[in-house]
Design a protein around this ligand. Structure first.
Ligand SMILES: [Zn+2]
Length: 61
């Protein structure tokens, strides 16, 4: 799925798994896409290294 911007006072990115819908967000800190994606990869996510998916979480990879 496409990473979408979400408003939590600050603009943050939310990465969503295409299979199960699990989300990985940038938390309170505004992160650049590539920073969020790097953290996702460390946690086992797979997919394109672009904000436009597909992306899969560790459980679905
Ligand atoms: Zn998943």
């Amino acid at each position: 799925m496409t990473a979408i911007p979400v408003e939590h006072g600050v603009v943050a990115l939310l990465l969503i798994c295409d299979d199960c819908g699990r989300g990985l967000d940038g938390g309170a800190v505004r992160e650049e896409w590539i920073v969020l994606w790097h953290r996702a990869v460390v946690e086992g996510w797979t997919g394109r290294d672009r904000a436009i998916g597909p992306h899969r979480c560790r459980s679905c990879a």
